[in-house]
Each structure stands twice: as structure tokens, then as C-alpha cells.
Unconditional design. Structure first.
Length: 348
């Protein structure tokens, strides 16, 4: 017997409460509190501040540049970087407590729909960007893993399983490359189902944002048509390059975070860990990544021999940086709301 949509939503909601609670219970029942308190007491404040800049503030600016480049180059919409930075920051604040950041996506669509040339274009920017960011992260992960495989201190069976998964990923990438080189007809058949699915995601996101699909009259763009600029090779290269740049900078910030609690791992290890964490945080199983963040730090850094207490202390440093970042978005949102309210009173 199948589940109705309301029942599925209710089940998903309770999972987002139960999963973090279960993860945090397991973590705090197995961690050495003395070791944790020692790691927290010896946090290097200067390195923690540097973590905030390189791991959180600078990637936010890079994400804004990427958004601006996509709007301008793909769709001819020249919204200023300052306005997009404001919207991006407010979007992070709005979406922090929503699973997988869907609130951020919805806010970004609403904020730029009018000036981006319609809801389909605005939603296509957000969805297409996310798809090719994921692709860029996959490429980064595939390139970084061979550089750190010898550093992993996990159980041999775990290392074997990871190596097997990596080999499967390489095989899949090789098959896709061969299909792409086989000719436009075959590659077109392969890409077409993905275009349709991504187009459906664009349509769904715009509806969630509360934007009328048809507008004043008939639909001017289909979701698949709105997505078409992302399927030009040069445009894909631009988005992927921005994605890799942002992930490298964020990983360097992550290295500073671990250094702040006395753990020194090479940057290549952080590229692997933070790229995997990016994928994990996309799963809609928690509010604000609560529980999932702490468990991810412990498990993934544990692969490189980092103790639970140090990894958990690093997660607290990351949480503090996240709350500061989100808090800035809240201040910007409040200031923007007050200014718009003052402007409306002035007009009256």
C-alpha cells in the first residue's frame, strides 16, 4: 500500500527530527568529554577567525560572483553583484532551517524573477547551477582521492570498499565520455532524459516559490528551453570552474578549522572530506544539518585518523562560523526590511 503525499511529508518531517536526535545521542554517549573540553579550551582563536573568512565569507562572495556570471552571460541579465550578494546572504538566512537548503533556492528565485527575465529563467539559474556544481564537486573528488588514498587510516575493509566505489565512479565517467565523443545523436539521447528531469525540477521550484507559471498570458519559456544555456560546453566550464574554486577555498578554510583544534591534515585530504560533506548536507534528513554535521566530521575525518573529540570540537568551531554567517544574513534581511518599510511610508 502506497503513502499519500501528506503522509510522506509527515514521515519526512519526523525523520528530520529523529535522525539528528539519534545521531547526537550516539555521539555524546561515545565521546570522551574530558578530551572534548580540552580540545575546545585550546582552540586557536586567530585560526578560528581565519576559518570564518576563508571557509565561509570568501566562498559566499565566490558564490555571488558565480550567480552574477550565470545571469549575465547565460541570460543577459545584469543585476549588480552587490544586490546579488544581499539576496544570497538573505537566502542563506531564510533557508538555514530548511532541509537541503530548499528555502534558500526558493528565496533566490523570488528575489530575481522580475529582473532575470521571468520565473523560468530565474529557477533555471538556481537549478542548473546546483546540477553543475555537483558535477564540479564530483570531478574534484575524483581527482583528489588518489592523492590521499595512502593517508587513510580506516579499517582495511573500509578502504577496500572506498577504492571499489572509486573504481566504479571512474568506469561510469569513462562510459559517459565515450558516449559524448560518439556523436551528437547518441549523446543527445543520453542527455535528453536529464534535461526533462531537470526541467521538472525547475518547474517544481518555481511553483514552490509561489510564482505564477503562466504569467499574464501563455508561458514564454519552457523549463527545458530556459535551461538550454547550461548545455553549452563553455558555459558548463564556467560554472564548474567557479564550483571548484569555491570548494578549494572552502577546503582551505576547513584546514584552518582543524588546525585551530591542533590537527594538521594536508589540503588534499580536506578537498576529499569537504566535498563529501557538501554531498551529505544536501540530503534532506535534518534541520540546519544538526547532528548530521557532527556525525560527518567524526566519520570522515576519522578516516584520516582524527579522534572523535578533535573532530567534534572542529564541528563546534564550524557551527560558530555558520551561525555568524547566517546571523549576518539576518541583519541584512532586517535592515533591508526596515529600509523598504521606510521607503513605503515616505511615498505615502
Amino acid at each position: 500500500m502506497g503513502f499519500s503525499r501528506p503522509n510522506l511529508r509527515r514521515l519526512a518531517f519526523w525523520c528530520k527530527l529523529v535522525v539528528p536526535a539519534a545521531l547526537l545521542t550516539v555521539i555524546f554517549c561515545t565521546v570522551d568529554f574530558r578530551g572534548l573540553l580540552h580540545s575546545l579550551a585550546t582552540v586557536n582563536f586567530k585560526l578560528a577567525v581565519a576559518t570564518l573568512f576563508f571557509g565561509y565569507l570568501l566562498p559566499t562572495v565566490i558564490s555571488t560572483w558565480r550567480w552574477h556570471a550565470i545571469l549575465r552571460r547565460f541570460y543577459g541579465s545584469d543585476i549588480s553583484r552587490g544586490a546579488l550578494l544581499k539576496h544570497f546572504w538573505i537566502g542563506m538566512f531564510v533557508g538555514y532551517l530548511t532541509p537541503s537548503g530548499i528555502g534558500t533556492d526558493i528565496y533566490r528565485v523570488r528575489a530575481t524573477a522580475a529582473r532575470a527575465g521571468g520565473f523560468e529563467k530565474s529557477a533555471a539559474v538556481v537549478v542548473g547551477e546546483k546540477v553543475f556544481i555537483l558535477l564540479g564537486n564530483v570531478l574534484l573528488l575524483m581527482g583528489a582521492y588518489p592523492l590521499v588514498s595512502d593517508l587513510m587510516a580506516a579499517d582495511p575493509r573500509v578502504n577496500h570498499a572506498i577504492t571499489l566505489l572509486y573504481g566504479c565512479g571512474l568506469a561510469a565517467a569513462a562510459i559517459l565520455l565515450l558516449v559524448a565523443l560518439a556523436g551528437p545523436e547518441l549523446s543527445g539521447r543520453l542527455v535528453r532524459p536529464f534535461r526533462v528531469k531537470i526541467g521538472a525540477a525547475i518547474d517544481r521550484l518555481a511553483r514552490q516559490a509561489g510564482i505564477t507559471v503562466a504569467g499574464a498570458g501563455e508561458r514564454r519559456w519552457s523549463p527545458v528551453t530556459a535551461l538550454s544555456p547550461f548545455f553549452a560546453w563553455r558555459n558548463q566550464g564556467l560554472v564548474i570552474a567557479f564550483a571548484i574554486l569555491g570548494q578549494v577555498v572552502a577546503s582551505y578554510g576547513g584546514r584552518l578549522m582543524l588546525l585551530s583544534v591542533g590537527v594538521d591534515l594536508p589540503l588534499t585530504a580536506h578537498l576529499v572530506v569537504w566535498t563529501l560533506i557538501t554531498f551529505i548536507f544536501l540530503m534532506p534528513i535534518s534541520f540546519g544539518t544538526l547532528g548530521v554535521r557532527e556525525a560527518s566530521y567524526i566519520v570522515l575525518f576519522g578516516l584520516f585518523g582524527v579522534g572523535k573529540e578533535s573532530a567534534l570540537a572542529a564541528s563546534f568551531v564550524g557551527l560558530a562560523c555558520t551561525l555568524i554567517l547566517i546571523g549576518i544574513g539576518g541583519v541584512i534581511w532586517l535592515a533591508d526590511t526596515l529600509l523598504r518599510g521606510a521607503g513605503k511610508r515616505h511615498e505615502q
